[in-house]
Design a protein around this ligand. Structure first.
Ligand code: WT7
Length: 629
């Protein structure tokens, strides 16, 4: 286990002071808890203007030795992963550190035997089964860069991500179980691979047993695995070598491949996991996220395994076979730390609380929330019904780009405040800025920004360092700009108020409006479109699309279902707008820029607070949109 754990408010304040006074020696002490083949010769090199960030320069390591080998020595029989299948009648699996190490090494050899090597990009498009975690770690073992694509994405979205990184290999499955449904992963992958010339092999895990088509690049996982053993020394990596790419949406159509590197990411995910959740040896920790998102990378796989924890992986959904599945699983595996998203809490809160109360949740010690601001009602329901008012709730603010949690209380150690993420982690210099970029002091509301690098900040956008600079470091020179607004109370607690850019968080999924508009515009009858978010009581936000059509005579109902299908096909079902409204025009400035602020008000039904619309190019269209709803 990592030492330097923060066990009291005093520890937190000391660590914060130490990290602020001398960030390098602070992180040196933490990084020293890990196993390195060679110590770094410089802790930090950075310039936010360039921008460039490097941590533990010259250090040599392999993250899987830190997550696996050292625990094979110290606690071989300790459970590393508890796998809870979609179907509660299928047996759960308990995979020990020894067993996980052996499975990772074998799969690593399978990847090598099929041509993979250090630096190659390998795309992973798999259901939430143990083989997914094993494949991620196997890539890290051989120094291949994994790019996990969420198994809910469409063929077009998968192909775009494979091609952006020139992946040479795809690992997928025949299908994936999701509640009562099956996702035909192999069919989707086949469709994607028609457009992916760089992929030379596609390894297919058998999960559902459904019939699949077979192509020349395809290899069955079980056949390939038979040919290799489990002896696979770890590839020695430089601290700054890329560990993985993970795509996140942005305000243009193209997703951003955020690149995380080996050394800093390992140090920060382990440190934050240990301290935020106050994990103790032997605890059972469960994060309900999918490994297709950063939460799954950092807090199902790497963070927990790096401290020798037992981490639960759940294949299913909260509503299957009934709305008490989460609580049934908590009781079954005696979960101690439970980490989920506000959208899941809101969905479950709609059902009778007897569904929670009938399960013995006395093992729970800590609850966590991530992905979007948690509203007061959801916070209290979580606290009352799940935590029985005895479990601290950590509201963790972070992003794909930050790699790990930046603002959160430390469970039971620092004070919580409902709906507030509270205080920055030690070493995280969070500030609030006004629109001109001046730092605000004390109680204030403004734009959230971070002043100094932390070890797990993404180093670049794959293939587009300029975009990395423009999106994160140009709006407020000298700061990292995450795209969120926040307010701060007199005690220094932060409350995240939401995005200040064209990203909308729907059910905890980060969706750029631009790619959805591009998809809508592909329809032959669409001239122009604008997508905005509006408040939704379960999803947090939902999408409202305003579309201008060529042929207004076309049946609205048909058009709407065609447009929804088009978005599902281009991006994935999660991006389908809740509302599609045909309009004759969009409110624009005189320079032709769509006034999204006005569209957001219209979508939210706030017709009385539109502000001055007289300066618009086409003020009449606003009344028309209101009348047509
Ligand atoms: C965006 C990042 C962090 C992993 C999951 C999402 C929003 C995230 C919180 C929170 C308020 C939050 C922000 C952020 N967000 N956590 N605790 N309170 N908002 O990762 O897909 O990269 O999305 O999610 O808007 O910028 P992501």
């Amino acid at each position: 286990m990592i030492d330097l754990a923060l066990r009291s408010a005093q520890d937190y304040h000391n660590a914060k002071a130490a990290a602020t006074n001398n960030s390098e020696s602070f992180w040196d002490d933490i990084a020293n808890q890990f196993e390195w083949h060679q110590k770094w010769d410089k802790t930090l090199d950075y310039d936010f203007h360039k921008p460039e960030v490097k941590w533990f320069l010259g250090g040599k390591l392999n993250i899987t030795e830190n997550c696996l080998d050292r625990y094979v020595k110290s606690q071989p029989d300790q459970t590393a992963i508890i796998f809870e299948p979609n179907d509660p009648k299928e047996a759960a699996q308990h995979i020990s550190y020894k067993e996980l190490h052996s499975r990772v090494c074998r799969v690593a050899n399978m990847l090598k035997a099929n041509g993979a090597k250090k630096g190659d990009r390998i795309c992973i498009y798999m259901p939430m089964v143990p083989e997914l975690a094993v494949t991620v770690l196997a890539c890290a073992r051989i120094g291949a860069i994994h790019s996990v694509v969420f198994a809910g994405f469409s063929a077009a979205a998968l192909a775009a991500r494979i091609n952006d990184a020139d992946c040479t290999m795809l690992i997928t499955a025949d299908g994936g179980f999701r509640g009562a449904k099956i996702t035909p992963l192999k069919d989707i992958a086949d469709e994607a691979l028609e457009q992916c010339p760089t992929v030379q092999s596609c390894i297919v895990l058998k999960r559902t047993g459904q019939k699949v088509a077979w192509n020349s690049v395809d290899i069955w996982w079980h056949d390939a695995l038979e040919k290799v053993d489990d002896n696979c020394p770890a590839e020695i990596m430089d601290s700054e070598d890329p560990l993985f790419i993970l795509y996140t949406s942005g305000s243009t159509g193209k997703p951003k491949g955020m690149v995380h590197s080996c050394g800093g990411y390992m140090v920060y995910t382990a440190y934050s996991f240990q301290n935020v959740f106050q994990y103790q040896k032997g605890d059972v920790y469960w994060c309900t996220a999918d490994i297709g998102w950063i939460t799954g990378h950092s807090y199902i796989i790497y963070g927990p395994l790096a401290v020798g924890a037992t981490t639960v992986m759940f294949e299913g959904i909260p509503s299957y076979p009934d709305y008490d599945r989460f609580w049934e699983v908590c009781a079954k595996h005696q979960v101690n730390q439970f980490y989920t998203a506000p959208t899941a809490i809101r969905a479950l809160q709609k059902h009778p609380s007897t569904l929670v109360d009938k399960h013995d949740l006395s093992s729970l010690k800590v609850l966590g929330s991530v992905g979007e601001p948690i509203n007061t009602e959801a916070w209290h329901w979580y606290d009352d019904h799940v935590g029985k008012n005895k479990c601290p709730i950590v509201d963790t603010w972070w992003q794909t780009e930050t790699g790990g949690i930046l603002i959160s209380s430390l469970a039971g150690v620092t004070k919580q405040k409902p709906t507030y993420a509270t205080l920055p982690m030690p070493g995280i210099q969070a500030v609030l800025l006004d629109n001109e970029g001046n730092e605000l002091e004390g109680e204030a509301e403004g734009i959230l920004a971070i002043k100094h690098p932390w070890p797990s900040i993404a180093r670049t956008i794959w293939g587009d360092h300029n975009r990395y600079k423009n999106v994160y470091f140009s709006a407020y020179p000298g700061y990292y700009f995450p795209g969120d607004g926040a307010l701060r109370d007199a005690q220094g607690n932060f409350r995240i108020t939401g995005r200040v850019d064209d990203v909308v968080i729907v059910s905890g999924h980060n969706l750029g409006t631009a790619p959805i508009e591009n998809a809508l515009n592909e329809h032959p009858n669409v001239v122009e479109s604008a997508v905005v978010g509006f408040p939704h009581d379960v999803k947090g936000n939902a999408l409202h699309a305003f579309v201008i059509v060529k042929d207004a005579a076309e049946q609205d109902g048909v058009l709407v279902s065609e447009l929804r299908a088009l978005v599902a096909k281009t991006i994935g079902p999660i991006a389908k707008p809740d509302r599609i409204q045909v309009v004759s025009g969009l409110p624009k400035t005189r320079s032709g820029k769509i006034m999204r602020r006005i569209l957001r008000k219209l979508a939210a039904g706030e017709h009385d607070s539109l502000g001055d619309i007289s300066t618009l190019l086409n003020p009449d269209v606003v009344q028309e949109i209101i009348d047509m709803r």
